[in-house]
Design a protein. Structure first.
Length: 252
C-alpha cells in the first residue's frame, strides 16, 4: 500500500482543544473527525477544531454519537432507527454549518463509540446512520470498521465508504474491537501501535488477542486523541508509515 489516511477523533475535551494538546497531534494526521454536540463538543470546540484542522490542511469529518454526554456516548442504547437518524442529521448539520462559516467543508462522517460498535453488525442501525447523513449529502464518505457488514449497508445506501482499522486498539478474533471494559483494550506503547499500523498498511492484517491473524483492507487508520500518550503514539505511527514509503493521504 503506497498511501493511507490517518484519522483522529477530536473536539471531545475542551481542555485539549484550547491548551494546544489537540493541535499537537495534527502534524501526524491526514483527517480529523470532530465531535458535533452528541457525546461531546459544542459550537466553540467545533469552531476551534475546524480552524486548527485548516491550518494543517486536514480533511474534516463529522463524528456523531449517541446524545449521552454523561457516558461519553460509550454505552449501548436501543433507540428507534428514526431517532438515531434525526440525531445524526442534526449533529452533521451543526458541524457543517460551522465549517461553512469558516470556508471549510466536510468530507466524511464517522460514528462514535457505542453507536459505531453497535452498527458494526447491526444492519438496521447502520442504515439509520446512513439515513441520517443522506438528507444532508450523499457525497460524504462514511467510515466504518474494515470488513464489517456496516460498510455493505453504507454502500447499498449510495455512499462511498472508507474501511477503518485501529493502531491503538486490540482486536477480537471475529475482527471486532476489544471492549474498553478490558484493561488491555488500548495499545498504549507508541512502538507497539506503530508496529500494528505498519502491519495493517503493509500486510493487510492485525493479530487478534488470541494470536490469530485477521485479514483486512483498510483505507484509514485511527489513532484516538484520548488514549494516554496520544501525541507520541500518533507521531510514532506516522513516522513508521512514512519511513516505509507510505504517503499519508486524507479521506476525500
Amino acid at each position: 500500500m503506497s498511501c493511507i489516511d490517518i484519522n483522529c477523533d477530536m473536539g471531545e475535551v475542551p481542555e485539549d482543544v484550547f491548551n494546544g494538546a489537540q493541535e499537537a497531534l495534527m502534524p501526524s494526521l491526514a483527517s480529523v473527525n470532530i465531535a458535533c454536540g452528541g457525546h461531546a463538543g459544542d459550537a466553540k470546540t467545533m469552531r476551534a477544531t475546524i480552524e486548527q484542522a485548516l491550518r494543517w490542511r486536514l480533511a474534516i469529518g463529522a463524528h456523531p454519537g449517541y446524545e449521552d454526554r454523561v457516558n461519553f456516548g460509550r454505552i449501548e442504547l436501543n433507540l428507534p432507527p428514526e431517532v438515531v437518524s434525526e440525531s445524526v442529521f442534526k449533529q452533521v448539520r451543526a458541524l457543517a454549518d460551522i465549517a461553512a462559516a469558516n470556508s471549510a467543508h466536510l468530507t466524511h462522517v464517522k460514528p462514535h463509540g457505542a453507536l459505531y460498535n453497535q452498527a458494526v453488525k447491526n444492519r438496521e442501525l447502520a442504515q439509520a446512520i446512513a439515513d441520517g447523513v443522506a438528507p444532508f449529502s450523499r457525497d460524504l464518505v462514511l467510515v466504518g470498521l474494515a470488513e464489517a457488514p456496516m460498510l455493505d449497508v453504507f454502500r447499498n445506501a449510495g455512499f462511498r465508504v472508507a474501511a477503518e482499522a485501529f493502531a491503538d486498539r486490540r482486536y477480537e478474533a471475529d475482527g471486532t474491537l476489544r471492549s474498553r471494559k478490558f484493561e488491555d483494550a488500548l495499545i498504549r506503547e507508541p512502538e507497539e501501535a506503530a508496529e500494528q499500523a505498519l502491519r495493517i498498511a503493509q500486510n493487510g492484517c492485525v493479530i487478534a488477542c488470541d494470536g490469530s491473524e485477521i485479514r483486512l483492507q483498510p483505507d484509514t487508520i485511527c489513532v484516538h486523541s484520548d488514549t494516554p500518550g496520544a501525541t507520541q503514539i500518533a507521531a510514532a505511527v506516522a513516522k513508521a508509515l512514512r519511513d516505509a514509503g507510505i504517503t499519508l493521504s486524507p479521506l476525500s
